[in-house]
Design a binder for this molecule. Structure first.
Ligand code: PMP
Length: 780
């Protein structure tokens, strides 16, 4: 498993879209790529020649960590000439790109949890780089009507004692908006009174239009200069993106901190590129103004074309090379079977229908917009805009929109929660006291479930848990008429506590603190019921997926990664098999049979099972759901993200397979009544699954061997090698205890169970459901 901090960030969407456009081009599709973030001009000849000279002169070794002094000097001279700013050599660092400079600044400044203010629309990298520094990006939206500029009072309101810095991108990617000197001064007034730094990303400073006068934030006075780190570089102004040279200027202490991080990451930036950049900065500058003039001409053209599209608005940029039109009027329209609901949908539609690549505004924190780059030839722009305009003109409001009103609860906690089942009575009383003091009459739900004859009372303040609880189980008698066998408190909103499950076996009391998702509650209830019924009734929970064929049952058990779900649903495709239970069967050995009961009224089933059994989607549409993904940014499906066939892109308001954590409460009778589901079966076949490529497909197991494998939780799934999970006795994560006494009870139970069932070790890595059918139907 990769780290949480990396897991939570996405790769750059621009790169993904550009890669997709390139791949389509390679297939021979004529794509107009308006997604690029780099000038389409060549690197100036003098800079190129300087790079070649550097190679010839063997300047191909490590350089000074912070960059060669000559280049740092050249940067200093530029800042002096252009903005009257004075910097010393120890106040400059050269890095492999402005992106690296930003990364280093954030590493140097940000402690865990520190806040960094990021006005939106923002360049996609800012929030991600803050998160990688373990800081917290605080996004402040700006308005199109206000020129996408941050107002001083908005800045002031966002600052608190945790604020470490703000990022000010001037001119901006993606909007092209730029701040005038007066506007910057107003922001500087706020900064002066606060203990925060400004990271001024001025990479587009030279690419400005009309008569706009650019002001560097650091030039607003000595006190502001001390709080500002300016980021700049040669990528954009000199069309040198691939050379990877950027730099930062600011207080020596910060630059020194950045240098330390650089010394342990990239060392110095590329030596050859440094000599080329030195020439770019010190040589003739006419290429820069020629480029800016050309961008201005293209901006004017594109703006004119875009503004002619009905019902869109487009801000007129003063710099950079992007337009950021608002297309939200088209977000409920459709054409060619593609429904547009957001900027991703529009991007998808334009790529497929118009063969134009643009970047969805959502990646810049502004979903109403898309980003169009005009860093490409006039010819391409004309072609691209013709195509966009034609594709947009085809978009129509659908006559009748079939909308599924998804009944979806989104929970704060999504995963399983640590369980402490060693709670003594004294601790139990203290915990229950704490829970009861939080449960108030205004939000209190109580309901007795009858789980295979064991009565479990839920007391909770989470309405979602109550809803799922009531659907999951059969009802017991009225609360007033009976003593439950066990009680579970599920209380959310307890200050200062982590999400956690506690259990005291003597009093059969469970306590769930601050977990609002259903999984931990269901699992605890099953654990409690097993705790009661294994001794009291001799009934045991067998964790597995079970099906019935003509009154005879088979169950699959095994660790994750052994394709239980696939096999289960492959059998269910064959109408001779009926669903029994998708997670646990409660089994009693009676009269020479192993009678297995499905104790759940509705089944708590991961919605990504639609992959194995597409028929379920329609049933989930009418079920209560939990954590189904409704927003592309929340999609965790790596496989899907790699492909470009996303349901959400194509206009679906949600996706059942985008997250492993999404569940539905499924009524199994909806699969086809009694012909498709049975509550009771008599177990005959016991399949222990493993998944590898070497073991034999099917091995019939002797009882002793089967017992040993089961108790050790020994067989392996494919996923185990990637993220080894602890072997669980009997593959049962719901069991609350693995003490010798409990294991002895289990051993006796499974020993009797294996007397009346045939047990197989089945390798799902090489065998499939057909082999199971042969065994079952052949033997049966
Ligand atoms: N800042 C902004 C606002 C940018 O748009 C970019 C490039 N897209 C960068 C920094 C990074 O530039 P470099 O290529 O020098 O890393």
């Amino acid at each position: 498993m990769i780290s949480e901090k990396v897991n939570q960030i996405g790769a750059s969407p621009t790169l993904k879209i550009t890669a997709k456009a390139r791949a389509m081009k390679a297939e021979g599709i004529d794509i107009v790529d308006l997604s690029v973030g780099e000038p389409d001009f060549p690197t100036p000849d003098n800079a190129k020649a300087a790079g070649i000279r550097a190679i010839e002169q063997n300047y191909t070794k490590y350089t000074e960590n912070e960059g060669i002094p000559a280049l740092k000097n050249a940067v200093i001279v530029r800042m002096k000439d252009d903005y009257g700013l004075s910097y010393e050599l120890n106040e400059v660092i050269v890095s492999p790109g402005a992106k690296a400079s930003l990364f280093l600044i954030l590493q140097a400044l940000v402690d865990e949890g520190a806040e960094v203010i990021v006005p939106a629309p923002y360049w996609v990298t800012y929030p991600m780089a803050v998160m990688l520094a373990k800081g917290k990006p605080v996004i402040i939206p700006t308005k199109e009507e206000k020129g996408f500029l941050l107002a001083p009072d908005e800045l002031k309101a966002a600052i608190n004692p945790s604020t470490k810095a703000m990022i000010l991108n001037n001119p901006s990617n993606p909007t092209g908006a730029a701040y005038s000197k007066a506007q910057l001064e107003a922001l500087a007034e706020v900064i002066k009174g606060e203990d925060i730094y400004v990271i001024a990303d001025e990479i587009y400073a030279k690419l400005i239009f009309d008569d706009f006068q650019f002001t560097s934030f650091a030039s607003l006075g000595e006190d502001i200069k001390k709080k500002t780190v300016v980021v700049t570089g040669v990528s954009k102004s000199y069309s040198m993106t691939g050379w990877r040279i950027g730099c930062a200027l600011g207080p020596a202490e910060i630059i020194n901190g950045m240098a330390k991080v650089q010394s342990h990451s990239t060392s110095n930036p590329c030596s050859i590129s440094q000599y080329a950049s030195l020439e770019a900065l010190t040589g003739p500058q006419h290429e820069v103004s020629r480029m800016a003039a050309e961008f201005q001409r293209r901006r004017n053209y594109c703006l004119m074309r875009l503004r002619a599209i009905p019902n869109i608005s487009c801000f007129k940029p003063q710099g950079a090379f992007y337009l950021f039109p608002n297309f939200s009027y088209y977000y409920d329209k459709e054409a060619s079977g593609i429904q547009i609901r957001n900027s991703y949908g529009l991007a998808y539609y334009l790529l497929k229908e118009a063969r134009v690549a643009i970047v969805p505004g959502d990646s810049f924190g502004a979903d109403s917009h898309i980003r169009i780059s005009y860093a490409t030839s006039m010819e391409n722009l004309e072609k691209g805009l013709d195509r966009i305009i034609e594709a947009v003109s085809k978009l129509k409001t659908p006559k009748k929109i079939k909308r599924v009103a998804l009944n979806n609860a989104v929970t704060r906690v999504k995963k399983s929660v640590p369980v402490d089942s060693s709670v003594n009575l004294k601790m139990r009383d203290a915990l229950v006291g704490e829970m009861e003091s939080t449960l108030t009459p205004e939000s209190y739900f109580e309901w007795n479930a009858n789980i295979n004859g064991v009565i479990v009372q839920l007391r909770t303040n989470v309405s979602h848990l109550y809803d799922f609880w009531v659907e999951n189980w059969y009802p017991a008698q009225l609360e007033a008429d009976l003593e439950p066998h066990g009680i579970i408190f599920a209380v959310d909103g307890i200050a200062g506590r982590e999400a956690r499950v506690f259990y005291n076996s003597e009093s059969k009391t469970g306590v769930i603190v601050n977990a609002d998702n259903y999984g931990p509650l269901r699992s605890l209830a099953l654990g409690l019921v097993m705790d009661v019924s294994e001794r009291l009734f001799g009934v045991h929970g067998v964790r597995g997926m079970s099906v019935d064929v003509e009154g005879k049952g088979l169950i699959f058990v095994g660790p994750p990664g052994t394709k239980k779900t696939e096999l289960f649903f492959q059998l269910l495709e064959d109408r001779r098999f009926r669903l029994h239970s998708n997670d646990i069967a409660f089994v009693r050995n009676a009269a020479g049979q192993a009678l297995a009961d499905c104790v759940e009224r509705k089944l708590y089933i991961p919605t990504n099972t639609v992959e194995s059994f597409p028929r379920l989607a329609a049933l989930f549409d009418s079920s209560r759901c939990e954590n189904v993904i409704t927003h592309k940014e929340d999609c965790k499906d790596a496989e899907c993200l790699r492909l470009d066939d996303c349901r959400l892109d194509r206009g679906s308001p949600f996706c059942y397979k985008a997250s492993k954590e999404a569940h539905a409460m499924l009524d199994p009778y909806w699969l086809g009544g009694k012909a498709a589901h049975t509550k009771r079966t008599s177990l005959r076949w016991f399949f222990i699954l493993r998944n590898d490529t070497l073991s034999p497909a099917v091995v019939k197991l002797e009882k002793g061997e089967a017992l040993r494998i089961l108790e050790a939780g020994e067989s392996a799934g494919m996923k185990r090698t990637l993220s080894p999970s602890k072997p669980q006795p009997y593959y049962n994560p719901h069991l609350l205890f693995a003490t010798e006494g409990h294991l002895e009870l289990q051993r006796n139970f499974y020993s009797r169970l294996l007397d009346v069932t045939s047990c197989y070790l089945f390798n799902s890595g090489i065998a499939d459901a057909e082999q199971i059918k042969q065994i079952v139907l052949g033997e049966g």
